[in-house]
Write a protein that binds this ligand. Structure first.
Ligand code: NOJ
Length: 761
């Protein structure tokens, strides 16, 4: 049957059943349940219009001005008018969003509003620290707040959907996108995923200052082989279930309404076409009723992968596998109607996808007010306001990790010192914004130089030493710190020599990590290592402030430089945060969410590895699991970070030594602040199941608490372990809780702590 005829019949039937034409518009009736409104609306939609909802285009033109001449953009415009576009990405700003929405709502047959997505990864225009840095705070409230201020700012700019959080677990520093996740640990990552989703989506999805969030990239993208971007992932079912999937499940438990699939293949199947992931697990076992968006052109890329023979085949495979929305492959809109008409794809797959997409639009309240995010007054009052800047500053301070502080070189004295500030990154106002800062204006970060200049009672002299050459564009092929210009070394050395302390800001530029930025070297790029060593020859009192989007391997610095501060890329307020930490106005409490290797050859290195049969060097020969040229431990372990004060752990107590399955294991530990300053400590609980039907990691984080302790104060910190923490998934995906001994460790880092054990029967 011709589709227009079919549509008219549908329409007549509905009109007949409901008794009036007015009632056929009932999907606008807010008193009706959402599912009923969707049914009514879908009964009026042609197949073309349904497929249109599944199509997402990138908007890179200004709709409020004359249309560009380029055919494809004109085509997008025409498609919006026909109701063939359900979502746009990267259209932003009230004026532009309103203009596009107006076409969808006022010029299309059914007036279905568009959902506007954007990569709000660590802030929108005002940037918070990169997500990996935020994870270093282990402060879930602060992370949630950071997501909620990002949602506030983004929604004020017309947006209602973020492609975040990235909940990919990754333990490979070579992979550029480690900057975007929460690090290597599943437990920490799951808690952070939950905090971020709650922050973005708030209490009410239909409020105008909250946005839909998206758990990505489903799944195993963080396990790209050799840390090489877009590479394939291959892993056991137990690894998938125990390590990769839990943060996604946690995001779902927090109410995340969309998922994005991923570019990679998992065990030979592109995630975009993987029905085991999307249909069986996500929409089946987990009961997810929101929608899945593909990653950018990932439907089309199934052809390149060698999984689909052409665009039509890729579309069929993707939609049947559960990819509901096509981001920029332009294939669904081209192929799906034909595929249904020639009976390759059953229409129920389309209906299912469309229902999911419309559901989220209804939940956002877009049908009731499509322009709810388009308030110029709110936009003006919100973007970059004081409250947002205060929140990102707070987050930035909490994200800093003190890696080394010999002889209490830090904090710096507030007066009477001559300080040399060296390194081009120290004065850089762009790099601290990090990767994924599409909406931010260039050079809007407070630099470390500017931050330190606010402490006026010292003599501060800045010399860049070496240069930074940063491509301004997001997508430049190569971004590097100049490696062959040594002309600034002498001036820097001269100033360093005559100073009391040297602060050196070195590391990666903001675009050396992120998507498409895998690295095979993890040292300081360019000639920065040489600069560091030459300055050290003239003045050993060096505070090294690191800027980086991934773990760096800096064994020489770890051994020789007395003070090292991990300052990542901290966003708009970078300089203020760093200065407050350097001068002791903020006592750092961050802990590494990812292990720092000694060299790149150790990658992937992570604390929760499985034991080998030969873990120690018992017989002093070579036949044990190790390297012959470097220790097998990381340079700085997961969970590690110092404070300007010190903490002591005592009296680890279990409520019992034997528990029955299903019982809660209660334990407590006393933590004392034994130094001279108030401070915060992340108290961490690790478990180990030494005998199991699937070998378990040597250690696994299963609890943590951020405690504030005044100097001299002691607090008792309590933890409990339930089935949720004590079990694991086997290779059939079954969750098992096995009896036997469990070892526990509590401390301030993953490699040391108080230990005890209990039995589970
Ligand atoms: C590709 C990235 O993988 C994804 O994370 C992002 O959301 C989309 N591009 C849209 O920018």
């Amino acid at each position: 049957m011709n589709k227009l005829l079919k549509q008219s019949i549908n329409f007549l039937v509905i009109t007949f059943i409901t008794g009036s034409y007015a009632q056929s518009k009932m999907h606008f009736d807010q008193s009706k349940p959402i599912e009923e409104r969707i049914t009514l609306l879908m009964s009026k939609m042609t197949l073309d219009e349904k497929v249109g909802q599944m199509n997402q285009y990138n908007g890179s033109w200004d709709f409020t001005g004359p249309l560009p001449e380029s055919g494809s953009e004109e085509e997008k415009y025409e498609h919006i008018k026909k109701g063939w576009v359900g979502s746009m990405l990267s259209v932003r700003g009230v004026k532009e969003v309103r203009a596009v929405q107006k076409i969808a709502v006022e010029e299309t047959r059914l007036g279905i509003p568009i959902i506007f997505g954007f990569d709000v990864i660590h802030g929108y225009k005002t940037l918070s620290p990169i997500p990996l840095a935020e994870a270093a705070s282990w402060d879930l409230e602060a992370i949630k707040k950071s997501a909620s201020v990002a949602a506030d700012e983004a929604s004020a700019s017309g947006l209602n959907w973020t492609f975040g959080p990235n909940v990919d677990i990754s333990n490979d520093a070579r992979w550029g996108r480690v900057m975007e996740g929460a690090g290597e640990d599943t437990y920490l990552g799951s808690k952070i995923a939950m905090a971020r989703v709650k922050g973005f989506q708030g209490e009410k999805l239909d409020a105008n200052n909250t946005i839909v969030s998206c758990a990505k990239h489903f799944a195993a993208y963080g396990y790209a082989e050799a840390g090489k971007e877009y590479n394939s992932a291959d892993m056991s079912t137990s690894k998938l279930y125990n390590t990769v999937l839990p943060p996604f499940k946690s995001a779902l438990d927090a109410g995340v309404r969309t998922f994005m699939n991923s570019f990679n293949t998992l065990n030979g199947i592109p995630a975009t076409g993987d029905s085991f992931l999307q249909r069986d697990i996500l929409k089946g076992a987990w009961g997810f009723d929101g929608y899945v968006v593909s990653d950018w052109a990932s439907i089309k890329e199934m052809v390149t992968h060698g999984y689909a023979k052409d665009g039509a085949d890729a579309s069929a495979k993707a939609v049947m596998a559960g990819s509901d929305m096509d981001m920029e492959s332009h294939l669904y809109v081209k192929e799906l109607v034909k595929l249904v008409e020639n009976n390759t794809v059953e229409e129920r797959f389309i209906d299912d996808a469309v229902r999911r997409i419309l559901r989220i639009k209804f939940e956002l309240g877009l049908f009731d007010n499509p322009y709810k995010y388009c308030d110029d007054v709110r936009e003006k009052a919100t973007i970059g306001n004081k409250a947002i800047n205060e929140a990102v500053l707070d987050m930035a301070k909490k994200s800093i990790v003190l890696l080394k502080n010999d002889s209490n070189l830090l904090p710096l004295k507030k007066s009477g010192q001559k300080i040399a500030l060296i390194g081009a990154l120290a004065a850089d106002k762009n790099s601290p914004l990090g990767s994924w800062r599409i909406a931010a204006d260039d050079n809007t970060a407070v630099s470390v130089l500017e931050g330190m200049q606010q402490y006026k009672n010292n003599q501060l002299v800045y010399k860049k030493g070496t240069d930074v050459s940063i491509g301004k564009q997001l997508f430049v092929q190569e971004v590097k710190i100049n490696s062959d210009d040594f002309s600034g070394f002498e001036a820097a050395k001269k100033v360093a020599k005559s100073s009391d302390v040297v602060v050196m800001v070195l590391g990666e530029v903001g675009f050396q990590s992120g998507e498409g930025r895998s690295r095979t070297e993890l040292g300081l790029p360019g000639n920065q290592q040489q600069l560091l060593e030459e300055i050290f020859m003239v003045n050993k009192n060096i505070v090294l402030v690191l800027n980086n989007g991934r773990p760096l391997a800096l064994p020489w610095a770890a051994e020789n430089i007395p003070a090292i501060v991990e300052a990542w890329q901290l966003g708009t307020q970078t300089g203020n945060a760093v200065a407050q930490v350097l001068y002791g106005d903020y006592n750092p409490s961050g802990k590494l969410p990812i292990s720092f290797p000694r060299n790149v050859g150790q990658c992937p290195i992570y604390y929760n590895q499985l034991n080998t049969g030969r873990p120690v060097n018992k017989e002093k020969n070579v036949f044990w699991s190790h390297y012959i040229d470097v220790e097998k431990t990381p340079l700085f372990p997961f969970g590690y970070g110092l404070s300007y004060t010190t903490f002591k752990y005592e009296n680890l107590k279990l409520s019992k030594s034997k528990y029955k399955r299903g019982e809660t294991v209660e334990l407590s530990v006393e933590v004392a602040n034994t130094g001279n300053l108030d401070g915060k400590e992340v108290v961490q609980l690790y478990i180990n199941d030494p005998v199991a039907s699937i070998v378990r990691p040597v250690k696994e984080l299963k609890g943590f608490e951020l405690v504030e302790l005044k100097k001299g104060e002691t607090k008792t910190v309590k933890f409990s372990l339930t089935d949720a923490e004590l079990g694991f998934y086997n290779n059939d995906g079954d969750y098992l809780i096995e009896e036997g001994t469990f070892n526990i460790m509590v401390g301030g880092r993953s490699d040391k702590g108080l230990t005890d054990k209990f039995e589970l029967k």
